[in-house]
Design a protein around this ligand. Structure first.
Ligand code: FAD
Length: 308
């Protein structure tokens, strides 16, 4: 059995494992895919103190850093069930798809999140080649260019406002006949000179020249007419889904959006079970934030262990 078992091996899980292992306690990390979302990223320019790196390189460095310590890394392990300790100070158990079961006095859940995709032709092909999901990450790569933001919810409208200050022109495309974002955000968006809003439009294809995005095709839903926009970037903002499906039958409190609710030390509603990173209610999903949160949760778990 472990003192700390980390479930998830992205930036949050790697940081948690390093902080826990450095306390000299029995530490394990089980992850479906070590590296997490970073593996799907190309250019990373906001990993503070490293002006430029690439996702696969950072993912390898994360794993390398964890292996410097005596932490058990269990890759390709997908957690399917959590069985909390029967009494405080007891052992929690995690069941994996492989049938394996691991026990630990504390857990750190860092299973991350995934961006909802449009699932239209060209989207996957041009991912990181004009198709982006994170305006904080990739906005500056489109300086002075023409981009579209797909989605008129709060995140889409916030992204469009943010991007309008960096890129040349933003077209916001919303499927419904009105945007769902807060009125104050919509007002701000409409006040910007370099933004166009298209409502009632269904994106049907991401167009490209074989190497990069050069346009977007959509259907005007009312008329059925097919139209095309010339642009260099597309930010898809139709939702970030936390990987908490495996926890819905557990007593861990989730927010209405399915994110794990944590306190200021990273502890969930179940004593001894902590969580960190994109899977939690912590706002702003970023690598440096996930790492800070993972470190914090590990210190929280250590604190819990010395008291129980
Ligand atoms: P994740 O990275 O999502 O890791 C989750 C881990 O949990 C993975 O190991 C996964 O396999 C595992 N897992 C999931 N479910 C289970 C399960 N049931 N059982 C076991 N393991 C499970 N951020 C930046 O700061 N800068 C950028 O430039 C940047 N660019 C990005 C570009 C793209 C295309 C994407 C998708 C994201 C980008 N981000 C960027 C965001 C950043 O990648 C995330 O904020 C960060 O990876 C979150 O870390 P995490 O550890 O919380 O979760």
């Amino acid at each position: 059995a472990f003192d700390v078992l980390v479930v998830g091996g992205g930036p949050a899980g790697a940081a948690a494992a390093i902080y826990a292992a450095r306390k000299g306690i029995r530490t394990g990390v089980a992850a479906e895919r070590f590296g997490g979302q970073v593996l799907d990223t190309m250019a990373i320019e906001n990993f503070i103190s490293v002006p430029y790196t690439e996702g696969p390189k950072l993912a390898a460095a994360l794993e390398q850093h964890v292996t410097e310590y005596e932490a058990d890394i269990m890759n390709l392990q997908r957690a399917v069930k959590l069985i909390p300790a029967a009494d405080q100070g007891g052992e929690h158990e995690v069941e994996f798809e492989s049938g394996a079961r691991l026990k630990s006095k504390t857990l750190i859940l860092s299973t991350g999140a995934r961006w909802r995709e449009m699932k239209v032709p060209g989207e996957a092909e041009y991912r990181n080649k004009g198709v982006a999901y994170c305006p904080h990450c990739d906005g500056p790569l489109f300086k002075g260019k023409r981009v579209a933001v797909i989605g008129g919810g709060n995140s889409g409208v916030e992204a469009a406002i943010d991007l309008a200050g960096i890129v040349g022109h933003v077209t916001l495309i919303e499927f419904m006949d009105e945007m769902r974002a807060d009125a104050v955000l919509q007002k701000k968006l409409r006040s910007l000179p370099n933004v166009e809003i298209i409502l009632g439009a269904r994106t049907t294809e991401v167009n490209g020249d074989g190497t990069r995005v050069n346009g977007l095709t959509y259907e005007e839903r009312a008329s059925g007419e097919i139209k095309r926009l010339e642009l260099e970037g597309i930010f898809v903002q139709i939702g970030l889904v936390p990987n908490t499906e495996w926890l819905t039958d557990s007593p861990i409190e989730l927010s209405p959006r399915g994110e794990i609710v944590i306190d200021e030390r990273g502890m969930t509603s179940v004593p001894g079970i902590f969580a960190a990173g994109d899977v939690t209610t912590v706002p702003y999903k970023q690598i440096v934030i996930a790492m800070g949160e993972g470190s914090k949760a590990a210190l929280g778990a250590f604190d819990y262990l010395i008291r129980h």
